[in-house]
Design a protein around this ligand. Structure first.
Ligand SMILES: N[C@@H](CCC(=O)N[C@@H](CS)C(=O)NCC(=O)O)C(=O)O
Length: 304
């Protein structure tokens, strides 16, 4: 009974991301023969390529869910409508990435068909967007290098680190943090403001000063227990500023889909882990529009 209600609801409520029709169907009305963007006016919605690219050997993307660099690639593959295997690495898994590229890093892109393994999010996107085997090419305009957005990102760095980092770990729902060691690996390596990386780095021993693991865990727990309201109020004001910088609810910069969107959307997605944030309308629509087009979910349902 419940299931049938959900299914019939899904047919009418397209914003239920998990049940929605493939975005290509929802946006396909003005699709060109190639399925490329046919935006005739700058603020027209992006038209996703309508053909699902399913290679015989699927490319594999190794990621952490919370990692914005990983989300950049997921965003690009999603927008290009490329089926791929998502391999969520545990945060303490050193062996898998080291075997692939020689160090612990994500994202990593493996394309067995080409015997290709590569890291660096923007290089991966450039490769995928240039290869016709992955459908229409050159979907992403270059980054504009906007200084206002860069400055905005810098201005929110501290408040975001303070609010996001403990929440990533505390939800208990992210795939990379399913076991204690993986949560500890993150806490060990990611300082909370006002502490600097150098202070956080050690383990509290005379040879290796800094904070002990016990202290780090305590600081994370305290950050979760403290009232987030003043920080959220500050963040809300910053989001209003960003809303003004956004060209439209479809693109952050004039001209259409660009690497500006790939980067900005991926970073903003992390903010949705914070409960109680007030999103200005244009910015919220931007988040929702690209979540559907890229088939990358937001965290709203599990926000803390
Ligand atoms: N420039 C790289 C940066 C990737 C990066 O810094 N990834 C982080 C996760 S957000 C990472 O793997 N850090 C090593 C670690 O977590 O141990 C890219 O754009 O792909």
């Amino acid at each position: 009974m419940k299931i049938s209600i959900l299914i019939s609801l899904a047919a009418t409520v397209s914003s239920v991301a998990g049940f929605a029709a493939p975005v290509s169907q929802r946006y396909a009305s003005s699709s060109s023969a190639l399925g490329m963007s046919t935006a005739t006016e700058p603020s027209a919605p992006f038209v996703k390529p309508s053909t699902r690219i399913i290679r015989e050997q699927l490319p594999i993307l190794y990621v952490y869910d919370h990692c914005p660099f990983c989300v950049r690639v997921r965003f690009a593959m999603g927008v290009k409508n490329i089926k791929h295997t998502l391999h969520f690495l545990a945060n303490d898994d050193v062996a898998t990435p080291t075997k692939l590229v020689g160090k612990k890093i994500a994202p990593i892109f493996e394309w067995p068909e080409e015997k290709l393994i590569m890291s660096e999010s923007l290089d991966i996107i450039a490769k995928v967007d240039a290869d016709e085997r992955f459908g229409p090419t050159n979907l992403f305009l270059p980054a504009t290098g906007r200084k206002d957005i860069k400055a905005w990102q810098k201005s929110v760095q501290e408040v975001l680190r303070t609010l996001q980092r403990p929440r990533y770990v505390a939800t208990g729902l992210m795939p990379e943090f399913q076991q204690l060691e993986s949560r500890h690996a993150f806490v060990k390596n990611h300082q909370l403001p006002p502490y600097e990386k150098a202070e956080w780095k050690g383990d509290g021993t005379p040879e290796n000063p800094g904070f002990s693991m016990e202290t780090k865990l305590k600081l994370y727990a305290e950050a979760m227990a403290s009232d987030p309201a003043p920080l959220i109020e500050d963040l809300n004001a910053r989001l209003v500023e960003l809303d003004d910088m956004l060209y439209s609810e479809h693109y952050c910069s004039e001209g259409g889909l660009s690497l500006d969107d790939v980067d900005l959307w991926s970073r903003l997605r992390s903010i949705t882990i914070i409960k109680g944030v007030t999103w200005p309308t244009k910015l919220r629509n931007y988040m929702d529009n690209w979540s559907a087009l890229a088939d990358v979910s937001l965290y709203d349902e599990m926000a803390l």
